[in-house]
Ligand binder design. Structure first.
Ligand SMILES: [Zn+2]
Length: 181
């Protein structure tokens, strides 16, 4: 049965871009996975809560930066056994607010734009949803369902391992040590 998530603090629905960067505003909070409909299309159900934090600041180059992180545990279907599985989604957020294509094209390649028209309001939920969609793996599979003899599964295994390495480099190091013992 789906439990109603208890929200520690809800994120504001909209923020005024004219104010938040000047104020160097930081927002922390949670929102139900159920409220993110586009992300929901890739999930098994609407269970789960997203925890996120966003900081709005003007950087050294006078760019309007949105930095933070978002994480959620969601339910998806394993693409091998078709049984439910839990998936931990996590992403760092580092975006630059732009209002035109020209501004977007002028950004260095390591920075991603976030479009917001001159008179538009910012929606923290939209930013977080987009980042979590980007964090979704191409293929979701239980580790036990990976067939080590299949070339296709090798790709999934590498994907899981590189994800683990990115999130926790020490775990991989420990794994290497125990393997050499
Ligand atoms: Zn499976």
């Amino acid at each position: 049965m789906a439990e109603t998530p208890i929200l520690k603090a809800s994120l504001p629905l909209t923020l005024d871009p004219q104010k938040v960067f000047r104020q160097r505003l930081q927002v922390n909070g949670q929102l139900p996975v159920a409220s993110l409909k586009r992300l929901g299309e890739s999930l098994l159900d609407e269970d789960g809560t997203v925890s996120a934090s966003l900081l709005f600041e003007v950087d050294m180059e006078r760019r309007l930066r949105i930095r933070g992180s978002a994480s959620a545990e969601v339910n998806v279907t394993c693409q091998r056994c078709l049984q439910p599985m839990k998936l931990q989604l996590e992403d760092k957020i580092d975006l630059v607010l732009v209002s035109t294509d020209a501004q977007s094209k002028a950004l260095p390649v390591n920075l991603d734009p976030w479009f917001c028209g001159e008179d538009e309001m910012l929606s923290p939920a939209d930013i977080i949803e987009e980042q979590l969609i980007l964090a979704m793996p191409i293929v979701s599979m239980h580790i036990r369902c990976i067939d080590v003899n299949s070339a296709q599964d090798e790709t999934v295994k590498n994907q899981i391992e590189s994800e683990t390495a990115r999130k926790n480099p020490f775990a991989v190091l420990a794994g290497l040590r125990s393997r050499s013992d």
